[in-house]
Design a protein around this ligand. Sequence first.
Ligand SMILES: [Cu+2]
Length: 140
Amino acid sequence: MFSKVLFFALIPTIFAANHAVTVGANNALSFTPTSVVAAVGDTITFTVVSRNHSITTTNFSGAVCPPPKGGVGPNGWDSGFLSDLDGSMPKFVYTVKDTTPHFAACMQAAGAHCRAGMTFALNPSATQTYAQFNRNAMAS
Ligand SMILES: [Cu+2]
């Protein structure tokens, strides 16, 4: 009985995956990959490899850029500004809390990075796709 309880308690730990996202690869205003499909309990590790960026949740449409400080929730996030100008490649880790779509962008330069297409989607859906979100950002 005890071992069965322990086994099920450990399942989230055993099967949780980490998804690596590179921020600013090749000095570009981009997230690589641009979207991730993840389960509750998974982690997403964002690593900033150039300039100074943030990973901040925002609205799917309308007021997309810049994402607001603190991010759009529920279960949104805001990494704050993370600078690689000193070559430190800072990381931000988000633990997935639900499977609803979340849309994020960089808040740098009053939304200029966001409007340049520096956007990211977690669990986009058939009706809220990454491609449409990115178009909304570039038009906002
Ligand atoms: Cu940026």
